[in-house]
Design a binder for this molecule. Structure first.
Ligand SMILES: [Mg+2]
Length: 355
């Protein structure tokens, strides 16, 4: 079955509410869309919204990278040579995580739609579904409690709180959250590189009684050696996000004394499903747990991450709330969310329907 065409475009998906994290405030969202059409009319979709701060390119760079003359050689190729096509994509776009991710996802969707099976079944399903966290940005105590209440009322039980402006304010917000909602919620936090090693030790001691589930990227992305020196009980709770972009980073973080107990995989960092699964394999054999995260992304690439997550035996945590606050999307379906629990639809490919 030949590929008839591959086209890339950009879609403005907008955002219901702006939010703030340690290094930026986000007010609008664009995603690059890649459409792979097979000769029989089957369409595979991929989307991308990489973070310039983390991988060095944004959606504008991604669209520029997906030049028609670079996509043209894929036209006429047989989708049954799936792994060979993926190899070419990751060779061609190894410096452009967004472009690689959108193409990698679209090829996975097209191929498994052509096979007529859900992507997760093709990859090997390891879990039926998992609960996701939902994120509260950096806000004051009153607004944090109000937003948490809204999410709890919507059925979510895992709240991820963004930290990083001041360690004192961070601790106060978390104490108030625990006081207000008790054991009804699981609290995980993300400092987005905001702490030094000493600040992290202090933060850990002050929040010990709050039973935080995990601490995402407390220290700078390149502070790998410092992370390796942390006490084991802290490292166990640390999830590497900005420190973990590629499979090579996964090796570096696992080597010697491991730098953390959890890897946060994002398709937008590593360049799609294939490299994500390479990271997942390294994690599994190094005894590191997996969290699957995202940027502000269409249901298309959030679904792709969920398929990959549920096909990885080391997966323990989902943070796939990236499409919940979009004002519009290019597809529906992909997954269902009931009381914060995400599962797939059983439809072929990614299981999305074009709107
Ligand atoms: Mg993070």
């Amino acid at each position: 079955m030949k590929i008839r065409s591959i086209v890339a475009s950009c879609e403005d998906l907008q955002l219901i509410r702006p939010y703030t994290i340690a290094y930026k405030t986000v007010t609008a969202v664009e995603n690059v869309v890649v459409k792979v059409e097979l000769e029989n009319g089957i369409i595979g979709l991929g989307t991308a919204n990489p973070s310039k701060y983390v991988v060095g390119s944004d959606t504008a760079d991604t669209l520029r990278a997906l030049q028609p003359e670079l996509l043209a050689p894929f036209q006429g190729k047989d989708i049954r040579e799936f792994y060979s096509l993926l190899q070419q994509v990751h060779q061609l776009f190894r410096q452009e995580a967004g472009a690689a991710a959108a193409l990698d996802i679209a090829l996975h969707d097209a191929f498994t739609c052509w096979l007529g099976v859900p992507l997760v079944s093709f990859l090997g399903q390891a879990a039926a579904g998992l609960p996701t966290s939902i994120t509260i940005g950096i806000r004051n105590v009153v607004d944090t409690l109000a937003e948490a209440r809204e999410y709890i009322d919507r059925g979510f039980r895992i709240i991820k709180v963004k930290l990083g402006h001041s360690a004192e304010d961070d601790v106060e917000r978390l104490v108030k959250l625990r006081e207000a909602f008790g054991d009804a919620i699981v609290i995980r936090v993300d400092a987005n590189q905001g702490y030094t090693a000493n600040e992290l030790l202090k933060f850990y001691r002050k929040t010990l009684s709050l039973s935080l589930e995990l601490i995402e990227q407390p220290m700078p992305a390149n502070a790998i050696e410092e992370m390796k020196q942390l006490p084991p009980e802290i490292k166990k709770l640390v999830a590497a996000d900005e420190s973990l972009v590629s499979p090579a980073n996964a090796f570096q973080l696992a080597d010697g004394p491991a730098a953390c107990g959890i890897y946060n995989i994002k398709l937008m960092k590593c360049g799609g499903i294939q490299p994500a699964r390479e990271i997942a394999t390294i994690a599994r054999h190094a005894g590191i747990e997996l969290m699957w995260g995202c940027n502000d992304e269409s249901i298309v690439s959030i679904s792709a991450a969920l398929h990959a997550a549920l096909a990885s035996p080391a997966t323990r945590y989902l943070d796939l709330d990236g499409s919940f606050d979009l004002a519009r999307d290019i597809v529906s379906g992909g997954f269902t969310v009931k009381d914060g629990y995400m599962s797939l639809t059983g439809q072929p490919g990614l299981g999305v329907r074009v709107l």
